[in-house]
Design a protein around this ligand. Structure first.
Ligand code: BGC
Length: 773
């Protein structure tokens, strides 16, 4: 754990330069706008440890699979949102010395991520080996208004000399992914151009042939005016630059403005890519840095208006929750149904920027409540479009008749994961995709989604489960063998309670969805039935038979569901008995030892309690929670949030708060020692859930919002914003009660501690004094 980020409610602040922390800070201070993003690498040269990272959403490379022992059914490749051209580069040469923070003395270093207005600011004073001192202020952002563009204002002031400085603005496409399986570079050059103070570089990905044109326009200002300069072009393969030497005088500020854009062939004809890039770059350059920045601040203010959480009385918690919300909004804006949310977003290479069940299980609730419903709908449509591939994926594994197995990891619908125990066995992901459809409809009321998209997906998933179970003569019940539950510290287990329970839930929901579409859109129903060759009577009867005869492991004596058959045979030791030297297990223990141990990586049985909570009473939850949590090591960042919500439901406020702390500052304090690889973007949505569903106790039941809140002891109050069916609500929980402000023209009735309250348009209510106790 680290403790170097200064506490501030709206800013992430690092003071003093410690090269050992640089890669962590590069992740934390990342920027993005949904369409592109980047790590907080320096503009000027840096010869110390760094992980360069620039990413363009949707552009990927299929890196050939590398495994020790090939198994039939493995995917050929792992699709990676690859490292793209570095557009921030500005080399500064003072006389004949390169400005490089690894080669000089650095003082007054300060890095600030301004979350309120959406920019990164870095200031420092560097003393070069020659003794020359220069003060630098660098500010940059990825615009969420012009979402293909970014801008930099880089200013430097000589503090104790006058002389010449050579400035080279460049775009470098000669880059490599650190995680490249065969040490290959993934880009080829298509074309390039350097014209005075603009330059453009088009690259094409090998194999997938995506093209991205990166362009820049730069100006150098002194005394508030652009200098008239002759720039010397400099080009080599996959690299364009323009250099100029300017005279600088002591204490005089020189400012470089650099505007850049990334345009991808996903959105433009390849032949027109560079021409369009020129237009976008010229457009933002004409707008100017100041105007772009003002628009950025305004656009971020609108995002905060919809999604902010305010915490009074705990600045560290306030900073953390805003950081989580900020990163989520930087990663996915929901405007493009081809895009999704990688577990590390645009902050690193790990997980390849690809889609996991994290999206449906963890991110959907956040976007449902903080953005227009189209945003979540786009996430669902992404999977709808991948349905043919999910069917193909299941066929590859031997399933038939339209059974769909969605991939564990994907970017284009094809499976990318290549560990058999996950690729073939961690099939519970299918259920999360079905659950997200249910969740979306429950929240928005848009049941018609089933007619247009949802039903087909649910049928494919139900068909998969109906073939994945088998009849056991011995048990005279259906069983599900050889699976991996969410707890990846157990593989190839039989009858994982979570997977089997969720499979049954999927069958039930698919049956309901069939009824719904049949009764509400009979033409669409007929179309789907014939398109999918659905034998209604037979398949329905088979699903029903499974529902009535499925085996689920339980221990009646303990009154708990069993994570899987045989779980109770494991050694009876608890996490509290482990020595800290053994943690994290996945770094300290052999895989064999982990698999045999009782230790649980993340919520497994309890994940089922989270999704299907209304099916279980509080006492059943309590028994299962009290049994499984003490055996859970929470070595996935997705784990503490589910436990926070369930602990809150059980009224265990202190533990709920402790779990919340573990997720909310996970990256800011580098809890798991892995933030340098990138931030845990998808688990940030879980942090949001801990506040809203945990402390706020928010649920949607029967089309109504319900709240059952409490305030963590350390907080004076907290409030959150909720979009619900066209209404924008602010929910504030304080010692005085629960205050709901309705900023919309729609009246709605909400339940607070089980009592109904009408909240009229543009008005406010104060309810419930139960929390005073
Ligand atoms: C977790 C998975 C998750 C993945 C990506 C793994 O460590 O066990 O549940 O999907 O990380 O976040």
């Amino acid at each position: 754990m680290k403790d170097y980020i200064k506490i501030d409610e709206w800013n992430i602040i690092e003071e003093g330069f410690d090269p050992h922390l640089n890669k962590i800070s590069e992740s934390i201070f990342s920027l993005g706008n949904g369409r592109m993003g980047q790590r907080a690498n320096f503009e000027e040269a840096y010869s110390g440890e760094t992980l360069p990272g620039n990413y363009v959403a949707g552009v990927y490379y299929p890196d050939k699979t590398r495994v020790g022992w090939w198994k039939n059914g493995y995917p050929e490749y792992f699709a990676k949102v690859l490292n793209a051209a570095n557009w921030i580069g500005i080399d500064i040469k003072i006389g004949d010395e390169v400005l490089d923070l690894h080669q000089c003395a650095v003082s007054e270093f300060r890095r600030v991520l301004n979350m309120q207005e959406g920019y990164l600011l870095r200031t420092f004073t560097a003393t070069l080996k020659s003794g020359k001192q220069v003060k630098v202020t660098a500010q940059r952002f990825c615009s969420i208004v012009d979402d293909e563009a970014g801008a930099i204002r880089y200013s430097f002031t000589p503090l104790n000399f006058s002389g010449e400085v050579t400035i080279t603005n460049f775009i470098d496409g000669d880059i490599k992914n650190q995680d490249s399986n065969y040490d290959e570079k993934f880009w080829d050059e298509v074309e390039k151009e350097v014209n005075q103070n603009t330059a453009f570089l088009t690259l094409r990905t090998k194999k997938t042939a995506f093209e991205v044109c990166t362009g820049m326009h730069f100006e150098i200002h002194q005394d508030g005016k652009a200098l008239e300069l002759e720039f010397s072009p400099n080009q080599r393969e996959k690299f364009v630059a323009a250099a100029v030497t300017v005279a600088v005088t002591e204490n005089q500020e020189t400012v470089i403005y650099k505007y850049a854009a990334n345009l991808s062939s996903e959105n433009y004809e390849k032949a027109e890519l560079m021409a369009n890039c020129k237009k976008v770059v010229a457009g933002v350059a004409a707008k100017g840095f100041g105007k772009m920045l003002a628009e950025q601040a305004e656009a971020w203010a609108a995002k905060w208006q919809e999604s902010d959480i305010m915490i009074e009385g705990d600045a560290a918690a306030q900073q953390a929750i805003r950081f989580n919300i900020y990163q989520l909004n930087q990663t996915y804006t929901g405007e493009d149904a081809r895009l999704n949310i990688g577990p590390k977003g645009f902050t690193g290479e790990k997980y390849g920027g690809t889609t996991y069940w994290d999206t449906e299980a963890y991110c959907v609730p956040f976007y449902l409540a903080t953005a227009d419903q189209q945003v979540t709908k786009n996430l669902l449509i992404y999977r709808y479009k991948h349905l043919p591939k999910a069917i193909e994926n299941a066929e590859k594994l031997g399933f038939k008749n339209g059974a769909a197995l969605y991939p564990m990891v994907t970017i284009n619908g094809e499976e990318c994961h290549n560990e058999w125990e996950i690729t073939f066995e961690e099939i519970h992901r299918n259920a999360a995709i079905a659950f997200a459809i249910y969740n979306y409809i429950r929240y928005t009321g848009d049941a018609a989604y089933l007619n247009d998209y949802g039903l087909e997906v649910l049928m494919g998933i139900a068909r998969f489960w109906s073939q994945r179970v088998n009849w056991s003569d011995a048990k005279q019940q259906y069983v599900m063998l050889g699976v991996t539950g969410p707890n990846e510290y157990e593989n190839n287990v039989n009858n994982n309670w979570y997977t089997s329970t969720m499979a049954m839930w999927c069958l039930e929901y698919a049956l309901e969805a069939l009824d719904y579409v049949k009764n509400n859109a009979v033409d669409k129903f007929q179309h789907i039935i014939s398109k999918t060759n659905f034998n209604e009577a037979e398949e329905r009867a088979q699903w029903q038979h499974i529902l009535e005869n499925m085996y689920l492991p339980v221990d009646a004596e303990k009154g708990i569901f069993l994570q899987q058959d045989g779980y109770l045979d494991k050694e009876n030791i608890l996490v509290k008995d482990l020595s800290p030297a053994d943690r994290p297990l996945n770094q300290k223990w052999s895989w064999d030892r982990i698999l045999r141990s009782p230790f649980i990586k993340q919520a497994d049985v309890l994940q089922g309690f989270y999704f299907l909570e209304d099916r279980f009473d509080l006492e059943t939850l309590r028994r299962n929670f009290d049994y499984y949590e003490p055996r859970t090591v929470h070595e996935s960042s997705l784990s503490p949030c589910v436990h926070a919500i369930l602990a809150a439901k059980l009224g265990d406020e202190e533990r709920a708060y402790q779990f919340y702390l573990r997720t909310s500052r996970l990256d800011l304090d580098d809890y798991n020692n892995d933030t340098e690889d990138g931030c845990h973007i998808t688990s940030m949505a879980g942090t949001w859930m801990s506040v809203v569903e945990g402390f706020g106790g928010m649920r949607v039941r029967n089309g109504q919002l319900t709240f059952n809140p409490f305030i963590p002891a350390k907080w004076r109050s907290f409030s959150f914003k909720i979009n619900f069916r066209e209404a924008l609500l602010k929910v504030k929980v304080s010692k005085e009660g629960v205050q709901i402000t309705n900023d919309s023209d729609i009246a709605l009735t909400v339940m607070i501690y089980d009592k109904p309250y009408e909240v009229k348009p543009q008005s406010e209510i104060l309810a419930g004094h139960e929390i005073v106790a």
